[in-house]
Design a protein around this ligand. Structure first.
Ligand SMILES: [Zn+2]
Length: 590
């Protein structure tokens, strides 16, 4: 994805000019979904930007684009237009002059095809279900993709033809050869035109965003993307209650289901086949001597990652207490602590390697319990799970970083496809959503999970041990997610499966980074082919750069970052107040 086709003569490498690592996002006066999508994309990547809505009365001027104190210092390394560039007609002359001077590219994120760009009048606008493919020219920007993807529901775009191939170079096209996005070079300006509607809800928008951002920033920007997916299986060693026609009879006659040794063997074989490891959130109270499930899981304990799900899975929030005011009281800190510690001690005694400071409470209960922070401190917990579909309890609970986990529509109380589909259709009947077959259900559910994965969201997904029994619905879903990623992402872009510790660390870094950006303590300036980073506080800075970039110093003399998606990226520590320099490869091939 190296997009640094600049050479030493390019303004970006000029010793006389400097430019901030910051994106200018231009929006129409009303707001539009492409702009909103790009705000989302920049936020989830960690890339700083300014949103401007120029009007004929308030067009962009030099003062908006260049630092007043130093006319050789540009404020933006890249410009993204979230709506057709004709909207900013009155700002274009000042923008063009700035861009020529500082060598700044423009991403026209939703542009109407025009003859001036070498394109014909559009012949259609319905792109739903079309196959899009990256061209040979597009590999430089989109080499992190496998090369083909389908445009999903609601797809809208301008289907056109290239009239002047000397002017318009297609990067992505339909199977019929209609350009969907491509680059126009004219009058010393480089524009990438996207003719396809995209936002943060459309998978193709999520897929294309990192490549578009890399192109418009010439491969060097603050922020980074890692595709992550982990699946937690809760309630291991316990049994889950199955519903009867979506109901749980009051008399407790509903059947329960618990994994069998055969289920464990099937899961192990599945893990082996797919090179994927599940996280088991266990409750030690359900294990026992002579229990065949306990025996087989302990025998294969090293094949899984394990998470403390409390000893008994009891509710940890408000509980009935006839003696208390209102008949309710909070579970006290001593019992909370015992639930955590006892389960951890059990695992240790059983030889299970469980991260000592990670906790998922039963049904995410107790997060509102005022006694919880005390218990977390006493038990040494620093990472706690929350349900991503509920209002967030905040970034931290006492000493613990909150990690939101995504639920799925694979229900706790089902273990077979007929039960799953019947309940799903009951649940969504009012919204007109139905799934007649497992295939239809999996397609819809996989799209939801892929939206998290492709949206740079490190949060894990969770299901229950019941979903590893019967038709093993959780495996069917995870398999489809893995296949989806393999079909969409290229070999240089492996899917990561971070542990809860790693997710928490990623979320902490992102929060610190966003806070530092909001506080305005980050200085990132490109000057003479060298990135100069300075922060007011000790900070890890998320950065994506062309392959071959080097940390020059202080403490440098080594390659920057980790190879990912055809570039190098990573969290670069920058000591408070020090100037860290990163050298970008000069004239690297496009
Ligand atoms: Zn549970």
């Amino acid at each position: 994805m190296t997009t640094w086709p600049t050479g030493a003569g390019h303004p970006a490498h000029s010793p006389h000019l400097r430019v901030d690592l910051r994106v200018l996002l231009l929006a129409g006066p009303e707001g539009d979904s492409t702009t909103t999508g790009w705000e989302e994309a920049l936020r989830r990547t960690g890339t700083p930007y300014d949103l401007r809505r120029p009007t004929p009365e308030t067009p962009l001027t030099d003062a908006d684009l260049v630092h007043a104190a130093d006319v050789r210092h540009g404020r933006y390394q890249a410009v993204v237009a979230g709506t057709d560039t004709s909207t900013f007609w009155d700002s274009l002359p000042a923008l063009a002059a700035y861009r020529r001077r500082f060598g700044v590219r423009l991403l026209a994120a939703y542009e109407f095809p025009r003859a001036v760009a070498g394109l014909a009048e559009p012949v259609g606008t319905d792109t739903e279900g079309l196959t899009a493919r990256v061209t040979a020219a597009g590999r430089a920007a989109f080499g992190y993709l496998r090369g083909e993807f389908t445009i999903g529901a609601g797809g809208f775009g301008y289907l056109t033809r290239v009239e002047d191939p000397a002017l318009f170079t297609t990067y992505v096209e339909t199977a019929e050869g209609n350009p969907l996005l491509g680059v126009v070079e004219r009058d010393g300006l480089e524009d990438l035109l996207v003719l396809l509607d995209h936002d943060q809800w459309m998978l193709h928008g999520l897929l294309l965003a990192p490549g578009l951002l890399a192109w418009v920033t010439r491969g060097c920007h603050l922020g980074l993307t890692r595709y992550s997916f982990a699946c937690h299986i809760d309630d291991v060693f316990l049994a889950n209650t199955l519903a009867r026609d979506g109901e749980f009879p009051e008399d407790g006659s509903a059947p329960t289901v618990r994994m069998s040794p055969a289920d464990v063997e099937a899961v192990l074989a599945w893990q082996e086949r797919h090179g994927f490891v599940l996280d088991l959130a266990y409750n030690g109270t359900g294990a026992g001597d002579g229990d065949p499930l306990t025996e087989v899981l302990l025998h294969h304990r090293g094949a899984f990652r394990w998470i403390n799900h409390t000893w008994s899975h009891r509710h940890l929030g408000l509980v009935a207490d006839p003696g208390a005011t209102g008949g309710l009281r909070w579970v006290d800190a001593a019992l909370l602590t015992e639930e955590i510690v006892r389960n951890r001690e059990w695992a240790r005694a059983a030889g299970i390697d469980v991260s000592p400071h990670v906790l998922v409470t039963g049904a995410h209960s107790g997060l509102d319990n005022p006694n919880l922070p005390t218990a977390l401190r006493a038990a040494g917990i620093s990472v706690i799970a929350a349900d991503a579909s509920h209002p967030s309890p905040g970034p931290a609970l006492g000493p613990a970083t909150t990690v939101p986990r995504h639920p799925t529509n694979v229900y706790t109380h089902v273990s077979s496809w007929p039960e799953q589909l019947a309940d799903y259709n009951r649940q969504y009947a009012g919204e007109g959503v139905t799934a007649g077959t497992p295939e239809e259900f999996l397609a819809a559910e996989t799209a939801i999970v892929l939206r998290h994965v492709l949206g740079n969201d490190p949060s894990p997904t969770f299901a229950h041990q019941s979903n590893l029994t019967g038709d093993r619905l959780a495996l069917a879903l995870v398999e489809r997610v893995l296949q989806g990623c393999a079909r969409l992402l290229g070999d240089s872009t492996p899917l990561r499966s971070p542990s809860m510790d790693a997710v928490a660390e990623e979320l902490r870094r992102r929060r610190r980074w966003n806070a530092a950006l909001a506080d305005g303590v980050v200085e990132a300036v490109l000057h003479g082919g060298v990135l100069h980073l300075r922060t007011g506080v000790h900070l890890e800075v998320p950065l994506t750069a062309p392959a071959g970039s080097e940390v020059l110093g202080p403490g440098g003399g080594h390659r920057f970052g980790e190879d990912y998606a055809g570039a190098v990226s990573g969290w670069q520590p920058v000591p408070a107040g020090e100037l860290l320099r990163i050298g970008l490869p000069v004239g690297a091939a496009a």
